[in-house]
Design a protein around this ligand. Structure first.
Ligand SMILES: [Zn+2]
Length: 160
């Protein structure tokens, strides 16, 4: 049994461009208005809470701000050829090629820019932030990344 708090949507959102690869194909460049849902489970502190809603929202908003109005590059992709230049990222998929100015790109340590892998990235970063705050009572962090209403990818990070 565990207590759980959740924060979602409203200010927890970002707009970003990406293309995912799948089954030997690469999507056309497109974007989403992503909504973020965060659930944190844990024991209650002496004050009777799992974590302060405000603190959890601020951590999540900070991550949203990192991704907002950026191209999300799956830095660990096995399907794309990716070359890091001085001021640009050059990306190739077979005969298609793109050059992105670095200022417009967030290079994420993921194999694909799917909602599932974005959720995993969010959860790991939130875990780091919670650890910095000394939130020893937290037992899991679940993140949902909704690409559009009714279509979300999820990851649960278990702690301890
Ligand atoms: Zn998409």
């Amino acid at each position: 049994m565990a207590y759980k708090v959740s924060v979602e949507r409203n200010t927890l959102r970002f707009a970003a461009a990406h293309f995912a690869t799948f089954e030997g194909r690469c999507e056309p460049l497109h974007g989403h208005n992503y909504d973020v849902i965060v659930e944190v489970e844990g024991e209650l502190t002496e004050d009777g809470w799992v974590i302060d809603f405000g603190a959890l929202k601020e951590m999540t908003r900070a991550l949203c701000r990192e991704l907002d109005h950026k191209f999300l590059l799956q830095r660990e992709s096995k399907a794309l050829e990716i070359e890091e230049g001085m001021s640009n990222w050059k990306v190739r998929f077979r005969e298609r090629g793109w050059v992105f100015p670095k200022s417009d790109v967030v290079a994420l340590p993921v194999e694909n820019s799917t909602a599932e892998q974005l959720a995993h990235w969010f959860a790991e970063r939130l875990r780091e932030r919670l650890a910095e705050r000394g939130a020893a009572n937290v037992t899991s962090i679940t993140v949902g990344i909704e690409e559009m209403p009714g279509q979300a990818g999820w990851w649960t990070e278990r702690i301890g």
